[in-house]
Design a protein around this ligand. Structure first.
Ligand SMILES: [Zn+2]
Length: 387
């Protein structure tokens, strides 16, 4: 790979600068010669953030913006390898897309700046490394240089590695938050920011059953994403049919796995809702996000609910009472040892070797209160097993 160090002024880079509002990305600069956001680049994430303003105030103070890297293609055109957030920031500013706010809260658009400040920005020199090499070489290197700033996340890296028409089609559907009428429905079930590729990642995770890299490699040259999109829609349609009331804990569950496991079973949305309401109202259920799978699975897997356990004062109270009674009767303080064969039927266990048990299990209505707590020796508690 060959590299050349060169400089451009902000004015040169901003010549014919184009910003696409719809896709939220800078497109071209250097009179059309520079592609600012090649498809393997992440979206413009400085939009509306303090970083965007910081780029402009740095230029006004004469601070350097740091090194920028371009990739020189065979036909002489350039694309930004690293620096597209900075370039898009000053490009958007110079073309009047946003204002900087001064210390008194007054906005200043580029056109309204005094001409000496305009010149200061336009004449700022930007230091650029131009590199030439094979696609794989450049992409490998791109992974290395991008560790500064906000690092690329896993899906942004995958988009770089498997760049092509498939990634372009996926991003058009899943990473475009400005013109997306489905976003509210998606947000009910899927966590993450569209522009950081997190919805796209979830869609891929579901259709590929967690083998995103294999899937992207296999479909890299596809021109569409029909399978990804229809699977994603099927999962969300199913989830919103079964669970008709929106709850915060639904967001971010692995609905793809739940769909694969349970969509062949039939559910009544009304009785599902009644069950969910009851479990949400149960103070002993500490893991609300487990409620949905618990109901889907026929209310058998108690681990999903993380039923509240007895606290220490409750355990000590029960232990003290049981041990006193056991001493009076000369039996073991573990009620199950007491009715068993010797020698353990008279053994007094220390607190550290006993565990708390619900006399009446939670699943049959037993509450986590003192009168329902009994201490069992560890062996008997494990054998009983049921909360
Ligand atoms: Zn025992």
């Amino acid at each position: 790979m060959q590299t050349t160090l060169t400089t451009y002024t902000v004015q040169q880079i901003c010549e014919d600068f184009e910003y696409n509002e719809l896709e939220g990305k800078g497109l071209f600069g250097l009179a059309g010669k520079l592609t600012i956001q090649p498809e393997y680049q992440r979206s413009y994430i400085y939009l509306g953030t303090p970083s965007e303003t910081a780029v402009i105030t740095s230029l006004l103070k004469g601070y350097p913006l740091g090194l920028i890297y371009f990739n020189r293609l065979d036909d002489g055109r350039l694309e930004v390898l690293d620096g597209q957030q900075r370039i898009t920031s000053f490009g958007r500013y110079v073309t009047g897309k946003f204002a900087i706010i001064d210390g008194n809260g007054n906005p200043h658009y580029f056109d309204a700046l005094p001409s000496d400040q305009q010149d200061l920005i336009l004449n700022s020199k930007i230091l650029v490394y131009e590199c030439e090499g094979k696609e794989t070489e450049i992409k490998e290197w791109f992974k290395t240089i991008n560790i500064k700033g906000i690092p690329l996340n896993e899906q942004e890296l995958r988009n770089a590695i498997y760049s092509g028409p498939f990634v372009t089609a996926g991003k058009a559907v899943f990473s475009n938050s400005t013109s997306n009428s489905n976003l509210d429905k998606w947000r009910t079930f899927v966590k993450g920011a569209p522009n950081r590729q997190e919805i796209w990642e979830t869609a891929l995770r579901w259709v590929s059953e967690d083998k995103i890299d294999d899937y992207m490699s296999l479909h890299r040259h596809d021109t569409g994403i029909t399978e990804v999109k229809s699977y994603f829609d099927a999962v969300l349609d199913w989830a919103s049919r079964v669970f008709t009331t929106t709850r915060a804990e639904m967001c971010g569950l692995d609905w793809g796995r739940l769909y694969r496991t349970y969509h062949h079973k039939s559910y009544s949305a009304t009785s599902v809702d009644t069950d969910v309401v009851a479990l949400y109202g149960d103070p002993y259920v500490t893991n609300k996000s487990g409620v949905f799978e618990y109901v889907l699975g026929g209310q058998t897997d108690l681990k999903l609910l993380q039923i509240r356990v007895f606290d220490k004062p409750t355990r000590i109270t029960a232990y003290t009472k049981q041990t006193k009674d056991a001493k009076d009767r000369n039996t073991s303080n573990c009620p199950l040892c007491a009715i068993g064969p010797s020698p353990n039927n008279t053994k007094l266990w220390p607190l550290s070797e006993m565990d708390a048990d619900h006399i009446s299990a939670w699943s049959t209505g037993g509450a986590t209160v003192t009168f329902n707590c009994q201490m069992l020796c560890s062996t008997h508690n494990k054998a009983k097993g049921n909360h």
